[in-house]
Design a protein around this ligand. Structure first.
Ligand SMILES: Cc1cc2nc3c(=O)[nH]c(=O)nc-3n(C[C@H](O)[C@H](O)[C@H](O)COP(=O)(O)OP(=O)(O)OC[C@H]3O[C@@H](n4cnc5c(N)ncnc54)[C@H](O)[C@@H]3O)c2cc1C
Length: 352
């Protein structure tokens, strides 16, 4: 770990140890670069959190080959999302049962939760690569990076956090084109305004009632619900999304009442109800995020090429040219960043 005030030189400094930053670090270390990952939180994973119960991302979908390839390479098992049974619609006229679950689409889950993917990637990089509790506050024009009293100097810097958060929380080099800063400031944070609620039960009782665990609700507070149990129903869980604006001190009572209304009295005794309000996560969602509606900013052409003479790279899921917003997008952005740095740099040349 860098000692206070000591300046450490490194080929590439990656800011953020979410899926994208970890994948960049892994790819570049394999290519022979020296890499440090500076992470603000005291944990890795970013929007992948919780094990085995996901508080962030849960699914990947058919065609998302990067996630599948990563899971296979790291020995992380996946399984199909449970979809069997009927779905529920909850509205002012009551709770209605819809045969055949028209709500859930085919999707895959990760055994142990999606955090297992981040943990597996982190295990691939040499000890000492990832520095936790290091919120970057400043990137200078000559790529000196500051986090409190800690300093690094890098040949390449990778911004692997939501662009709007980077613009809000980090003093960026003043040479960056105004157009790029404007695009970054206007790029929404995917799911940054969402609240994920996980209800953990001792058994997936809804399955025994012929229910898929899938529901849409116009009454709330959960607007949609899905089965989030592990393989073979263990651990048993339902999850739902709520609006950040609907949160209040006693929201758990309202959530429980809704689950009982929809799934019956067996829903009255969860082991736990986890409420994760991502809009209040300082290292995911800047205060301005609620006013960022323009998803056309995702994968903007300005993110596809590095700035500052090819030395400053954008690499969160929001910057991906494909699958932006998804885990697959975080990996796609990382792939582009690694290719860009490797293609412009002779192996090992930076360290000399
Ligand atoms: C509730 C929810 C449900 C979701 N569901 C799905 C799903 O089912 N399927 C799917 O594919 N995707 C889903 N997503 C999206 C998915 O989680 C993201 O696409 C992916 O995790 C983004 O990875 P990332 O590395 O780009 O960004 P992040 O995970 O946000 O990582 C950024 C990292 O940067 C760190 N950081 C921030 N600021 C600083 C700073 N100043 N200095 C240092 N470090 C900093 C953060 O702490 C974080 O670790 C969901 C997201 C949420 C919130």
């Amino acid at each position: 770990m860098a000692a206070t005030n000591e300046l450490h030189s490194v080929d590439v400094a990656v800011i953020g140890a979410g899926m994208s930053g970890l994948a960049v670090a892994d790819g570049l270390i394999r290519a022979g670069f020296s890499v440090r990952v500076l992470e603000a939180r005291d944990r890795i994973g970013g929007r992948l959190q919780g094990s085995p119960l996901d508080r962030g991302a849960s699914w990947h979908w058919p065609g998302e080959h990067r996630v599948r390839a990563l899971a296979q390479r790291c020995g992380v098992e996946t399984f199909e999302q449970y979809r069997l049974g009927d779905a529920l619609i909850d509205d002012i006229s009551g709770v209605h049962r819809y045969p055949g679950n028209p709500i859930d689409v085919p999707a895959y889950r990760v055994v142990g939760g999606t955090f297992a993917l981040a943990a597996a990637l982190a295990a691939q990089v040499p000890p000492g690569t990832i520095h936790l509790g290091r919120p970057v506050q400043d990137i200078s024009s000559d790529l000196h990076i500051a986090s409190g009293d800690h300093r690094w100097r890098a040949h390449h810097v990778v911004i692997a956090l939501p662009p709007a958060l980077a613009v809000h929380a980090i003093a960026l080099p003043r040479e960056l084109p105004a157009g790029l800063i404007d695009v970054a400031a206007r790029t929404p944070v995917w799911m940054g305004d969402s609240v994920k609620v996980v209800a953990h039960f001792s058994a997936p009782f809804w399955r025994h009632d012929g229910l898929a665990g899938a529901a849409m609700s116009r009454r709330g507070p959960l607007t949609e619900v899905h089965d989030m149990s592990g393989p073979d129903g263990e651990p048993a869980a339902l999850f739902g999304f709520a609006r950040a604006a609907s949160m209040h001190a006693d929201i758990e009572t309202d959530i429980l009442a809704q689950l009982i209304r929809m799934f019956g009295p067996q829903a009255s005794q969860p082991i736990d109800i986890l409420i994760q309000d991502w809009s209040r996560e300082e290292w995911t969602t800047p205060p301005v995020a609620a006013g960022l509606p323009d998803y056309a900013m995702f994968g903007h052409p300005l993110y596809q090429q590095p700035a500052l003479d090819g030395r400053l790279h954008w690499s969160s899921t929001e910057t991906a040219g494909s699958y932006a917003g998804h885990i697959e997008g975080a990996l796609a952005a990382a792939e582009r960043t690694v290719a860009s740095i490797v293609s412009t740099t002779a192996r090992g040349a930076l360290s000399q």
